[in-house]
Each structure stands twice: as C-alpha cells, then as structure tokens.
Ligand binder design. Sequence first.
Ligand code: ATR
Length: 271
Amino acid sequence: MQIDGKTRLYGIMGKPVTHSLSPSMHNTAFDHIGLNCVYVAFEVEEVAQALDGFRAIGVRGVSVTIPHKQAVIEHLDAIDPVAEKIGAVNTLVINDRHIQGANTDWIGAMQALKTITELDGKTVMVIGAGGSARAIGFGLREKGAKILLSNRTLSRGQALAEELGADFIPLTEVAGLRADALVNTTSVGMTPNVDDSPVPATLLENVAAVMDIVYSPVETRLLREAKQAGCRTIDGRYMLLYQGVAQFELWTGQKAPVDVMRTVLFSRLSQ
Ligand code: ATR
C-alpha cells in the first residue's frame, strides 16, 4: 500500500514496544484487504500527553500494552463496560478527538477457548489471579461459565474470586477437582522454566479441554500432559491472534483476514 495524504494512522503505545509483533500483524492485514492504513509503534512514557497527541493529529486507533493498560483509563472519554470491570484497556478507538477504551484480551481469550469448549453453563478452572486472570475471568462471566479460581497466593486469589462470584481453591488443593475446561493464566511453564506446570498431571484426567496463555514454548508441559490425558488443547498464540483480530474489526468495521494474520504472527513468533 502506498502511503499518501489519505493514509490513516494506527499504532501501539507501550514501553518498551520495539519487540511488539502487532505492527507486522496489523500492517499485513491492512495490506491484504487493501486499506489505506498504517500501524506503527509509539514508545510512550507520558500517557496523558500521548492521548492528547493522538487526538490532535487524528490517530484512529491504538493498542495499549505494558505498562499503560491501567493508567490509560483515567484519560479516556469513554470506556467499554467489560473493560471497566476488568480494570484494563488494551485498545483505543478514536473518532473526532473522542477516545473510547476497550479490552480485546478477554474477547481473544474467549474466541480461543471456544475452539475447544462451549462456555455457557460450563465449569472452567482458572489458574492465576493477575491481570490476565482478570480479563479471562470477566470474559468467562460474560459467556455464562461457572468459574473455579485457583491461585498460589491465597489472599490475591480469594479477592479476585469474590469479584467474579467464583469459588476459590488453593493451588495445592486442585488435584481431585473436575472441570469442563482449565485455563493457565500464570507464567508457569514459560521459557526458561519449561519443566514446570501449574497443576499436577493427574488433575488433567478430570478436565476435558485445556488452554495455556503461555506461548513460549508453544507446547508447554501443561499442554503436553493435557494431550496425553486426552484433553482438547489450544496454545497461547491464539489468544494473542484473536485479541488482534478483535482490534482490527473494532477499528475498521471489516472482517479481519484471520488466516493471514495467523500466518504472520506465528511465523514471527517462531523466529
Ligand atoms: P499478569 O498480569 O500477566 O497476569 P501478574 O499480575 O504478575 O501477571 O500475575 C501472575 C500470576 O501468575 C499470579 O496469579 C501469580 O501467582 P501469585 O498471585 O501467587 O503471585 C502467578 N504465578 C507466577 N509465578 C508463579 C509460580 N511459580 N507458581 C504459581 N503461580 C505463579
């Protein structure tokens, strides 16, 4: 696509941000559909100033990443209700200087989970109580799932379980439980700690489907043991893909070219 006077500007704000795969994913999607849009990385320290800058120069949409997902909220003109409950925004939609905040992390996670399990009325065990667990927990609530929340630190786990209206189980006591699905939202099993798993393999005998949000390695010990136990599985790359797909669709109002976005994202992740 030739950049010209009508090119619309999108980007990602974070710090650091140079490693982000979102520019490759979104620019490939814009090109594929033939949209006159470009997506760049903004290393941002001052959130309020950055948002004023986006308003002033007519940036159309921005992805928000670490460390600004919470801090950005007080500077928005409007916020999507689920993003407000989660307390984190990863997407800005900007029209005529008006900035609306949204969260597509939960949408991406639910889209990924839906490929291995139904959600409405199902019991889903969520491991972890950090930011990712919040997004996934509130997402599961939106989709009508019953949540069993487990976390290493009891106080943190109990507090999130209460907010979600979920049952809380200490991580040391999950062994005998049953669930339709299990989601690991912790970093346990991530490179270089590839021999770790957040739950004992025996638990997986009583679970039908397992999603890990860790994507390095693609097949974590948890997913390997889940496959051995006969579970349907999905790896962490898909949440990343589908949160980007949801952003693209919010910004353009068009169906995202999921296949080309997946190809570019997965090939960049494997480099
Ligand atoms: P994020 O925002 O990415 O979710 P976070 O807020 O740091 O990250 O949350 C990390 C989650 O992983 C927490 O639930 C954390 O458990 P604690 O609340 O007990 O800290 C969990 N976690 C990280 N390392 C862990 C480990 N080695 N064993 C068990 N849980 C772990």
